[in-house]
Design a binder for this molecule. Structure first.
Ligand code: SF4
Length: 407
């Protein structure tokens, strides 16, 4: 388990549907549907796909009356809580609550009349529906924008959130979570840091409009992971220009990678490949990823390019395979357990992973002929060492050549 660097910042807990957010609740993954909410079947299909990819809470836009009517049919059939996303029209918030949503998201930048904000908060208070105050750097209240010198600053974003909280307090409503997202990573990181100093409401963390992968994934990870490792954040969303299932998957993978959520699926690791590689590591790793898909096998599985160093380099993995002499050498916790033809490496990996998941590592070792497998691995290892020597990348020759040319 990778312990976070800093203890998690204490926050109050709210409950969205049946999912707790904040306090000691696990950090949750959110995403948003991109269907028309009025398209009930299409939206539900997407929600089911998101839930199976690791999404805990989903947001659907509620921008028109047809969307609110769609929500009335979606909410009772959804496997995860639904948050209605409200922009500009406070009446859509009232309609969404009538439809039975489990939470609302309001953007203080575009619902600005205090009487409208308080009308929504009063209704939410009576129905015990939490609201996220979703400040967005790109749609900051123009008055705050001017006040802070025509710039979006962390201070302006925090002030926007605090103003909204003050309206909520006037009507005695405190089922709040807050986000201060921006597409600029250092800006959003600083805004969340400042916000976490002045409030103990749970925080929803994200980099807004991060863009398409891979750059969007990198940006979102940079912002979200930085904050999580500082103990800031109770729920997260990757905002990618991609199928939202990718957002949910990325969110879940990040939490698992940081040791903040238990692993549910295979964590596939692979060596970067080098002059020793006996297979196309990228291709085999990709085929293995596809073969495991969304199967719920919470193991770390390694794909290694050679049997010379692979089993040792990946000895922490639950299971792995390394190539050598046209054969795949399976290993469990660094010990060789079986040899299969190279063409069957991926199938064997999946079969062993399923066996270990079902029966445990000891049972896997017991069914293996470890002695024979280690003998075969040693044979292929020494054959490869004889063929390529200790310096498979020919670094020594290259260094000699560099020195010769520069002398
Ligand atoms: S030595 Fe083998 S396991 Fe390590 S990077 Fe090279 S091919 Fe992969």
């Amino acid at each position: 388990m990778n312990a976070p660097r800093y203890p998690r910042r204490p926050t109050r807990q709210i409950v969205v549907g049946k999912v707790p957010v904040g306090g000691d609740a696990p950090i949750t993954v959110q995403s948003m549907t991109i269907t028309k909410t009025a398209d009930v079947e299409g939206t539900l299909q997407q929600i089911y796909a998101l839930a199976s990819a690791g999404c805990d809470i989903v947001r659907c836009t509620c921008n028109e009356i047809e969307a609110a009517e769609g929500l009335a049919q979606i909410v009772p059939r959804s496997p995860i809580p639904i948050v209605a996303d409200i922009h500009h029209q406070y009446k859509m918030a009232l309609a969404a609550m009538e439809a039975g949503v489990h939470g609302l998201r309001l953007n203080p930048g575009n619902i600005r009349r205090p009487e409208h904000i308080k009308a929504v908060a009063s209704e939410a208070r009576d129905r015990k529906i939490p609201i996220r105050i979703g400040v967005n750097g790109g749609s900051l209240d123009p008055e705050l924008y001017d006040k802070y010198g025509g710039k979006v600053t962390p201070e302006a974003m925090v002030e926007s959130a605090l103003r909204e909280i003050a309206y909520f307090q006037e009507v005695d409503f405190d089922l709040i979570k807050i986000s201060v997202k921006a597409s600029n990573v250092p800006l959003m990181v600083e805004a969340y840091r400042q916000l976490s100093e002045v409030t103990d409401h749970p925080l929803h963390v994200g980099v807004t409009e991060a863009g398409p992968p891979p750059a969007g994934l990198v940006k979102a990870t940079a912002g979200i992971a930085t904050l999580l490792l500082e103990g800031i954040g109770d729920t997260i969303r990757y905002s990618l220009t991609a199928d939202p299932v990718e957002e949910a998957r990325a969110g879940r993978q990040l939490l698992e990678a940081l040791g903040l959520r238990e692993r549910k699926k295979v964590d596939l690791i692979a060596c970067p490949s080098c002059g020793r590689a006996e297979i196309d590591v990228i291709d085999v790793a990709k085929r293995a990823m596809d073969a495991f898909g969304d199967r719920k096998i919470p193991l770390q599985v390694a794909v290694m390019g050679c049997v010379v160093n692979g089993p040792g380099e990946a000895r922490e993995a639950d299971l792995g395979i390394a190539a050598g002499n046209k054969r795949g050498h399976l290993f469990v916790k660094g010990r060789n357990v079986a040899v299969v033809p190279e063409s069957e490496m991926v199938e064997a990996l999946v079969e062993w992973a399923e066996f270990i998941h079902e029966h445990g590592t000891e049972a896997a070792m017991a069914r293996a002929d470890v002695e024979k497998a280690e003998r075969e691995a040693a044979k292929d290892r020494s054959m490869l060492l004889d063929a390529k020597g200790d310096d498979a990348n020919n670094s020594t020759d290259k260094i000699v050549e560099i020195r010769r040319r520069s002398s």
